[in-house]
Ligand binder design. Structure first.
Ligand code: PEP
Ligand code: MN
Length: 337
């Protein structure tokens, strides 16, 4: 339920409404704009549906939120959310490009990739220190040593770090190094993990699950937001279908659909979305044309030697070409890179 307060509402009137919401076991969410004060009542709406909110002095209208997700819904907040990470914005006019290797493998590989992607205009550096691998016998990531290398790469290039958190027990450790926490596709419905990152104040990239609907993605975002952290970036990274020509089927229609349903920024990962390096640029261009606020791509100096996801990783020189072409598309859709 959203309670739209009258212009000139008093503190006392706001307090009374908040008290009423709390008495019924829901959480009030106060948003005081320039012109209007809005109070969201978050929780089981059936508990307050019949309350006479509109007979309270400061309340102009009580509007039910029809969607099962509340805080992340466009109904709840009309304006696009812009997330600021050390002065770099995601969700504003500039397209956020996040680039780097799938995994942090060693210092040399990470640093050279970081410097190259920075040179061509990447805004953030990605790299996994904890990798969710299908086989327990393949490279699982360097753990904390990988996080330390990411931090050094940030000092070298000035690019904030995006890295995956897989286990709620590592939250504090990963938060110490990461500027943006990635929740991977396989963990999109790890609800304990979502609650954990929801209790931090770190921006979170939430990747769509391998077989998840858009509604399920938004419900997972709601888990994070429900704990107070609303710095969430939604990421389309392809879903499982009957198609085998690509690793996943990149659902680009998810971009405008998510933009309609939610105020959160939306980015696209064409690397995992396609699984093939030569499909990454065309789908990155299409993602920006479709209205994505950013893209996340894997880059590796020697993809044939990569310890994970080499086949979908761009060489730095291909990344440079992608960036040049992205700039042209961005201009056409009134964005920048
Ligand atoms: C990744 O970004 O390297 C990754 C494992 O992504 P996803 O969770 O989308 O498979
Ligand atoms: Mn990967």
């Amino acid at each position: 339920m959203i309670l739209i307060m009258k212009p000139g509402v008093t503190e006392q009137e706001i307090k009374e409404v908040i008290k009423l919401i709390e008495e019924h076991g829901l959480k009030p969410h106060l948003s005081q704009g320039k012109e209007r004060t809005i109070i969201g009542a978050i929780g089981d709406e059936s508990l307050i549906r019949n309350l006479p909110f509109e007979s309270y002095p400061g309340v102009e209208a009580a509007v039910p939120i029809l969607k099962p997700y509340k805080l992340v819904s466009r109904e709840f907040k009309k304006e696009n959310t812009v997330i600021n990470v050390e002065g770099k914005e995601i969700g504003a006019k500039k397209i956020a490009v996040i680039a780097g290797p799938c995994a942090v493998e060693n210092k040399e590989c990470l640093f050279s990739t970081a410097m190259e992607v920075k040179k061509y205009g990447a805004m953030f550096l990605r790299g996994g220190a904890y990798k969710p691998r299908t086989s327990p016998y393949t490279f699982q990531g360097l753990g904390e040593a990988g996080l330390r290398l990411l931090k050094e790469a940030k000092e070298l290039t000035g690019m904030p770090i995006v890295t995956e958190l897989m286990d709620p027990r590592d939250t504090e450790l990963v938060c110490k190094y990461a500027d943006i926490i990635q929740i991977g596709a396989r963990n999109m419905q790890n609800f304990r993990l979502l609650l954990e990152v929801g209790s931090t104040n770190k921006p979170v990239i939430l990747k769509r699950g391998l077989s998840s609907t858009i509604n399920e993605l938004l419900m997972s975002a709601e888990y994070i937001a429900s704990q107070g952290n609303q710095n969430i970036i939604l990421c389309e990274r392809g879903i499982r279908t009957f198609e085998t020509a690509t690793r996943n089927t990149l659902d680009l229609s998810a971009v405008p659909v998510l933009k309609q349903l939610s105020h959160l920024p939306v980015i696209v990962d064409p690397s995992h979305g396609t699984g093939h390096w030569d499909l990454v640029t065309p789908m990155a261009l299409a993602a920006v044309a479709a209205g994505a606020d950013g893209i996340m791509v894997e880059v590796h100096p020697q993809p044939e030697k990569a310890l994970s996801d080499g086949s979908q990783s761009l060489k730095p020189e291909k990344f440079e070409i992608m960036m040049e072409r992205l700039r042209e598309i961005a201009r056409v859709v009134n964005r920048e890179i």
